[in-house]
Ligand binder design. Structure first.
Ligand code: PMP
Length: 354
């Protein structure tokens, strides 16, 4: 830390993203990226504006908004776009949390939530997950705090049914409930349609996973127009050009090529189910993941040991040091070929440690 760093940030522990190694070509199953390239139409749209990057992007992102409002069946003033969904989550902590509106989220969830809370000096509470790593919905009913829930949750992949999400929203009318749907397209139910019914709901989604655009950084939020206006106040006070022109166009192409996205999600779901069933044969326990990753543990080998041994063999998965997570590994679901390689290496490692 330099002697100039503001004291208010002195104790901030930044989020640690998954490794992006350059030294070796890994089978990369550690950051929940898609194994598939972006849709051909997304690439074509992005390319079409490369030669005009002397211009700023449209701060209102009107072309993307037009396409998205039809696609998601919401009004244009019920959507906001951000630089990845991390940015809208950052805005949400800043906009909807303070001393009077502390935040609440599970003890095991997306690791960025506590970082945002610390960054904005927002008081927050965490509710422990149940023994089976599920969320006890009752804890959030009428909690009277700003609720952040990833659905499906990360890194467990477990999803809540829409009725439970709706009960949480309905029972906290004076607090915003943020449902982070980064992984919703792989088998969970979306709450987007509920924004018409509740003025305290913000749903966030991303183009990083099911639409293969992690590197483009495009996230979005859906809410009633008043909440979107608040978020835009912060967006225009931070960077009105937060979504660049190449990314805006990639996003348009991705939404127009819906069949490509649906087909890829289908493949990921099939590969997920295949991987889980193969791992169970090897003695692994797995949560019921509805995401593009699985969360598994084995009675004979610790999470860290398996992670390190797989890394030596050229397969990268995600291991978390946190006490309740350290026996597990989170494995991104990739192509069938990648998953077969991962299973082969894992079964050889298990033979070694027997
Ligand atoms: N929410 C959850 C639960 C995530 O796992 C991630 C990805 N790390 C994000 C949001 C943010 O993704 P992005 O910024 O790429 O949209």
């Amino acid at each position: 830390m330099s002697r100039f760093f503001s004291e208010k940030h002195a104790s901030l522990e930044p989020y640690v993203p998954g490794e992006q190694p350059k030294e070796r070509k890994y089978v990369k199953l550690n950051t929940n990226e898609s194994p598939f390239s972006p849709a051909p139409l997304a690439v074509a749209y992005a390319r079409s504006v490369i030669g005009t990057l002397e211009l700023y992007s449209d701060p209102e992102l009107r072309d993307l908004c037009d396409v998205a409002s039809k696609y998601f069946r919401v009004e244009k003033d019920e959507i906001i776009f951000t630089n990845g969904s991390d940015e809208i989550l950052d805005f949400a902590f800043s906009a909807f949390c303070d001393e009077k509106h502390p935040a609440v989220f599970p003890d095991i969830t997306y690791g960025f939530y506590p970082v945002f809370a610390e960054k904005y000096g927002v008081p927050y509470e965490t509710f422990p997950l149940e023994k089976d790593l599920s969320i006890d919905v009752e804890k959030y009913i009428g909690v009277g705090k700003t609720v952040f829930l990833a659905n499906p949750n990360a890194p467990t992949g477990i999803a809540l049914p829409l009725e439970d999400i709706e009960r949480i929203i309905r029972s906290n009318p004076d607090n915003v409930v943020i449902i982070d749907e980064a992984y919703v397209d792989f088998g969970a139910q979306s709450a987007v349609k509920l924004i018409k019914k509740y003025d305290n709901l913000l749903v966030t989604q991303t183009f990083s996973k099911s639409r293969s655009l992690a590197g483009a950084r495009l996230g979005m939020g859906f809410a009633c127009k008043e909440l979107i206006r608040d978020l835009n106040t912060l967006r225009y006070s931070t960077n009105p050009y937060n979504v660049n022109r190449v990314t805006e166009n990639a996003g348009i192409g991705a939404l127009l090529d819906d069949a490509y996205m649906k087909e890829n999600c289908k493949k990921i779901i099939e590969n997920r189910e295949y991987t889980v069933s193969e791992l169970k044969k090897l003695g692994f326990e797995a949560t019921d993941s509805k995401a593009n990753f699985i969360f598994v543990k084995h009675p004979k080998i610790g999470g860290k040991e398996l992670y390190l041994k797989l890394k030596e063999r050229g397969v990268l998965v995600r291991h978390f040091e946190k006490e309740r997570l350290k026996d597990h590994n989170r494995i991104t679901v990739g192509s069938l070929e990648q998953m077969k390689r991962f299973i082969k290496e894992t079964s050889e490692i298990l033979e070694e440690v027997k």
